[in-house]
Design a protein around this ligand. Structure first.
Ligand SMILES: [Zn+2]
Length: 79
């Protein structure tokens, strides 16, 4: 056993079940807490800023490059 303390997310998320953390691969599925389509960005419950080009700004300042999800109808035929 090791007693490494778990990293806790700031008590920003009041949802049940809790939203994925900003470190999670699933971070984009956190709830929207602010949506500014006219400015092209949204703030997620876990502190991630999601841009409309699918780029992300994480709460710790990291930038995630845009990674547009493939349209499901194209995944099947993707070469
Ligand atoms: Zn939440």
């Amino acid at each position: 056993m090791n007693d490494t303390p778990e990293r806790k997310i700031p008590p920003m998320c009041q949802h049940q079940p809790p939203c994925p953390s900003a470190d999670s691969a699933d971070r984009e599925s956190a709830r929207l807490v602010a949506h500014h389509p006219e400015q092209g960005w949204s703030l997620l419950c876990n502190g991630v800023v999601l841009f409309e080009d699918t780029g992300e700004l994480l709460p710790d300042g990291r930038i995630i490059d845009p990674h547009r999800p493939l349209d499901p109808s194209r995944v099947m035929t993707a070469a």
